[in-house]
Design a protein around this ligand. Structure first.
Ligand code: ZN
Length: 562
């Protein structure tokens, strides 16, 4: 019998998707497993035999807690805008849907803003009671450990503060049903002792220290971010970083190569930060961003009256970088005349402003970057060979992101932290499905593309929720998946705006014919009677549209007669 005090769970059932073609099951963005109760029974029994009951209890409490936390992140997302108790009911209802236990609320008083909570729930058909009693016979202490951990993890996540449950009656001890009671840790006289059952890394203590963490994060952000995308553990990345480290101790000219977006400027900044020049200026110039006649005065400076409009003398970037590092990005785009001047500066270690008669000594380390093949540019006459030899002394190739897939998750988590701080928005992390999609993306735009996706994800995800695949890749198509219908059977599930529309239409009892007529008439009205345009909007040919319009008219005439 469905509990009248709980809302329908169709919305939750729709979140379960069986993607049998690739061997995965999803609950919204979380990967789930359909596990034999017998497997958990055997695991539980062996744990009790090897670790003893109290260690096993704590282990399972924590495992349940982790599961509850995950479901809490879903609750506000799924039932946004619904009354609070319906939102909270997501937890008990998912717990039932996941097959753990039947939950009947007996008391539910919660006020997240005030931080107050008091809940009493009745449990029937607990899988842990069934399992435990079969293995060990009747008990004197409650045994619904994983279930209890789930309730605590869920409510803690939902309330955003530690809330813990006690199992005040358990069917394993002869009670008719199990019964649990939950309150904020501070409201339990033995709250501290209850909290000790959970890991020091658990949400409980994390929540306590969260505020101070945010503070320290904010202050360290700037420093850490200069080395931001120098985050990675994969072999090709580590090799590039090792080359960079070795160069940092010298004054060698470094040439960074790699696709657009791999983070060449970050590498250049990293090199500067690791070098003895780190307290001197780091100056960057994008050689492709300035027109040919401006780039020379920009790089080398100009004396007053050197060219039309130069009203005052000013130093170029070379002089401004004196003692530090000059980063020449997209060097392959530098015009030939500027190439000749650059070569002279590199040979003489002195720079001459436009219109000047004397050269000035400069002490600058050059880091150049290019995404074009300089040797090919030399062959086609677009780049000076002698300059190439001066620049291409110590090349470092920065791998494309697709060449280091193992780093994607690490980078994504780093960027998530950066953007949640930047946008002052708490986001609970990535769903399993989002991480899966990130791992399988091709990354034509490299780290820069990942940055953009993660920033969009942080903006689109709800506060306190997880970034899901759809927040990162809004048009991601998923087909061939199965969901559970109201009768508990598997059926094909649909995604996207049409599926949403269909759900609304079904909910309001709209008939297929009426839906089709309404859609067609809306398209005709929107295109102001231009049938060709209306057909295009609907993805039909003009004759197909005419045929359907005729049918609608005939039906209307028919119903007017009857
Ligand atoms: Zn129990």
């Amino acid at each position: 019998m469905p509990d009248p005090s709980m809302p329908g769970d169709q919305d939750l059932r729709r979140l379960v998707q069986f993607s049998s073609s690739d061997g995965r099951i999803w609950l919204a963005g979380q990967r789930m497993l359909l596990v034999h109760a017998a497997a958990l029974k055997s695991l539980r029994r062996e744990l009790i035999h090897t670790l003893g009951p109290s260690a096993t209890r704590r282990l399972l409490l924590r495992a349940g807690f982790a599961a509850g936390e995950q479901d809490a992140a879903l609750a506000r997302q799924i039932r946004a805008g619904r009354p609070l108790h319906e939102m909270f009911a997501v937890g008990p209802q998912l717990h039932m849907l996941e097959g753990a236990v039947q939950v009947t609320p007996e008391l539910m008083e919660l006020d997240p803003a005030a931080g107050t909570f008091h809940g009493i729930f009745r449990w029937d058909h607990s899988w842990e009671v069934e399992t435990h009693v079969r293995d060990f016979g009747p008990q004197t202490e409650p045994v619904c450990w994983m279930l209890l951990g789930y309730a605590s993890g869920y409510t803690t996540g939902f309330m955003g503060r530690p809330v813990l449950y006690k199992e005040v009656a358990c069917a394993a001890c002869g009670a008719a049903s199990c019964r649990i009671e939950g309150r904020p840790v501070a409201d339990w006289p033995d709250g501290e002792q209850l909290a000790r059952d959970y890991d020091p890394d658990s949400m409980l203590l994390k929540l306590e220290s969260l505020a101070s963490q945010v503070e320290s994060l904010r202050s360290s952000l700037q420093a850490a971010d200069d080395l931001g995308p120098l985050v990675g553990q994969s072999r090709p990345f580590a090799q590039a970083l090792e080359l960079l480290r070795k160069a940092a101790g010298t004054n060698v000219t470094v040439l960074l190569t790699g696709e657009t977006g791999v983070g060449k400027e970050r590498f250049a900044r990293g090199l500067h930060a690791m070098s003895a020049r780190k307290d001197k200026p780091f100056i960057a110039v994008n050689c492709a961003a300035l027109p040919g006649d401006l780039i020379e005065s920009e790089l080398f400076g100009a004396e007053k009256g050197a060219y039309t409009g130069s009203a005052a003398s000013r130093p170029g970037r070379f002089e401004r970088a004196d003692g530090g590092t000059l980063f020449l990005d997209e060097l392959g785009e530098l015009p030939l005349s500027a190439q000749a001047k650059l070569l002279r500066v590199l040979q003489d270690g002195a720079v001459e402003r436009l219109g000047a008669t004397q050269a000035r000594k400069v002490n600058v380390r050059i880091v150049a970057a290019t995404n074009v093949d300089l040797a090919a540019a030399v062959k086609s006459g677009r780049f000076r060979q002698d300059l190439m030899y001066r620049i291409d002394v110590y090349p470092i190739h920065i791998p494309a992101l697709r060449e280091r897939p193992d780093d994607v998750e690490l980078l994504a988590r780093h960027l998530l932290q950066r953007f949640t701080t930047l946008h002052e928005k708490a986001v609970a992390g990535f769903t399993d499905r989002a991480l899966d999609a990130l791992r399988h993306h091709d990354w034509p735009g490299n780290v820069r593309e990942l940055e953009n996706l993660v920033e969009r994800g942080v903006i689109l995800a709800g506060t306190g929720e997880m970034v899901d695949e759809g927040d990162l890749f809004p048009s991601s198509p998923r087909r061939g998946e199965l969901t559970v219908n109201q009768a508990g059977q598997l059926e094909q599930c649909l995604h996207g705006p049409a599926a949403t529309l269909a759900q609304n239409a079904l909910g309001q009892g709209v008939r297929l014919d009426d839906l089709e007529s309404a859609l067609i008439q809306a398209a005709v009205t929107a295109s102001e009677g231009n049938l060709s345009a209306a057909a295009r909007t609907l993805g039909l040919t003009r004759p197909q549209l005419s045929y359907r319009l005729d049918r609608i008219k005939a039906k209307e005439a028919g119903s007017a007669l009857s």
